[in-house]
Write a protein that binds this ligand. Structure first.
Ligand code: FAD
Length: 469
């Protein structure tokens, strides 16, 4: 490995845009789910041309490069070694254009989700992706993880909102697929190679997002339910009653709710803790009177059918925010825990979480198992905290969670991706032929394996059995 790589990179970006030594060690991660930053240097390009030149230099030297967006991912997707170069997109943070007529936002990859949401709002439009890490995660990061979030039930995953993008391949080739049209079948849809591929096939530098209509009506309710069957029934009723305005359907097990609200948590409790499940339902639309009346009718019918034991409807934007703050209060749950993000049939989720909970407690009696997630999207998160967790114990927890999942034909990653953390378990959800194709694509686009090595697949990946059989 050449020792002059840092000085070559300094020639590309200038000495002020590269950190070494303490500048690397002091790199701050916004969430406690990340290990310390180890790297030869952290480099901050400011343009696509600089990213391309960085990769040319690194590829020639066989130097590994780990792309960093907001570093909020939950799968060790940004894990580094002391030999890596970190390429941070933080300084590529310009919104280039909002086209109100075409309803698109074009931006550099380092723009944060919050910045994009606010810019769209200022233009009278709506940015369709949203979740708790919004202040830190970046457009490049959410595209490269194909993130989901709170509004998937209405707008789909990030992929559904990406019209075009620009990416740089390992050898420095710039692939500009900055399409702005809903329809464009002119050859392969190359952007899809980079959506959800977690930085192993190329570095995303610019993105074109499709924007939505800004809502003028918001209705939010928080309901307490006593059985999971009731939660599923509430989801079915909401889908039938407000099919065009239903924007979010979130579920929290009581353990989650208790950690978020008083007296255990720090937030005010709009509904008393102690029920088995808490559900947030949100509708957004453009006809205040009609939407509000449909939402009220839904609540009345749920009450008549006794599908919830307690509940509240937000009477103002502030009250709606207070409800959402509870769902966003994930740090006390996921910090220091082993976090899972799985997909399975919504109706099976309650049974699945109960089985996991029982099996974990049998082996780890002191464990804390917390469920929450995007029920309308078949997606549940489970956080398992074990005192003094060691690698072997973490593996034991993973075995329980994924072995239970296999019985439900579930997916090991609903929205967070594979990173390093779930690589071992990929064969539960993907066939050997699928993994082989991923491996061949990686080998073709990054033959020296310099891009985010070790994440998702490697050029020399062999289909492996998750249980080592
Ligand atoms: C509080 C909290 C709530 C969350 N809620 C959700 C949720 O509801 N739904 C959901 O899907 N996810 C959620 N996540 C996880 C989610 O994956 C990330 O927050 C987000 O998608 C990652 O964006 P980022 O900019 O932080 O990317 P990073 O964490 O920096 O990177 C993610 C991966 O992409 C790569 N990468 C980053 N930028 C680029 C780029 N420009 N080009 C190529 N590769 C790149 C990285 O190497 C890494 O492999 C949550 C995380 C937190 C902490």
């Amino acid at each position: 490995m050449t020792d002059d790589i840092v000085s070559k990179l300094e020639d590309v970006v200038g000495a002020r845009q590269i950190n070494t030594g303490a500048g690397v060690r002091d790199f701050e991660f916004p969430w406690s789910t990340h290990q310390a930053c180890l790297a030869r240097a952290v480099v901050y390009p400011q343009s696509t041309a600089e990213v391309a030149e960085i990769l040319r230099v690194c590829n020639a030297a066989g130097q590994s490069v780990v792309p960093f967006g907001g570093a909020t991912n939950l799968v060790q997707g940004c894990a580094t070694t002391a030999d890596d170069i970190v390429l941070s997109l933080r300084k590529m943070n310009q919104i280039e254009e909002i086209d109100s007529g075409g309803r698109t936002l074009t931006a550099q990859a380092g723009v944060t989700m919050r910045h994009a949401q606010m810019a769209a709002d200022d233009a009278g439009l709506f940015f369709p992706v949203d979740f708790g890490a919004r202040d830190h995660c970046q457009l490049g990061g959410i595209v490269s993880t194909n993130a989901g979030g709170n509004k998937v039930i209405r707008y789909g995953m990030t992929r559904n909102s990406v019209l075009g993008l620009e990416a740089v391949l390992a050898d420095g080739t710039i692939i500009s697929s900055m399409n702005r049209y809903l329809k464009n079948n002119s050859g392969f849809d190359l952007k899809q190679l980079f959506v959800g591929s977690e930085g192993v096939l190329g570095i995303i530098t610019r993105v074109v997002f499709r924007l939505g209509t800004k809502a003028t009506s918001h209705n939010t309710a928080l309901l307490a339910c006593e059985s999971f069957d009731d939660v599923v029934a509430v989801l079915g009723c909401a889908r039938d009653a407000i099919p065009n305005t239903l924007t979010a359907f979130e579920v929290m097990w009581n353990e989650f709710y208790e950690l978020a609200v008083e007296p255990l948590g720090r937030l005010a409790a709009p509904v008393q803790p102690g029920a088995n499940y808490y559900v947030i339902i949100e509708s957004m639309g453009v006809d205040e009177e009609r939407d509000s009346s449909a939402f009220h009718a839904l609540m009345e019918s749920l009450a008549e059918r006794q599908l919830f034991s307690d509940g509240t409807m937000a009477k103002s934007g502030r009250e709606s925010e207070q409800i959402w703050q509870i769902r966003d209060e994930v740090e006390p749950v996921i910090g220091g825990a082993i976090n899972f993000d799985v997909s399975l049939k919504s109706a099976d989720i309650g049974d699945y979480v109960s089985r996991v909970d029982a099996a974990i407690h049998e082996r780890f009696p002191d464990a804390r198992v917390v469920g929450f997630g995007h029920l309308g999207d078949n997606n549940v998160h489970i956080s398992v905290a074990i005192k003094d967790s060691e690698e072997q114990q973490a593996l034991g927890v993973e075995e329980i969670v994924y072995n239970c999942l296999a019985a439900f034909d579930g997916a090991v990653s609903a929205e967070h991706g594979i990173g390093l953390a779930k690589r071992k378990w990929l064969p539960i959800s993907r066939t050997a032929a699928e993994i082989d194709l991923m491996t061949r694509l990686k080998r073709m686009l990054d033959p020296k394996n310099i891009l985010n090595p070790g994440k998702v697949v490697s050029p020399d990946s062999k289909p492996e059995s998750p249980n080592g059989a």
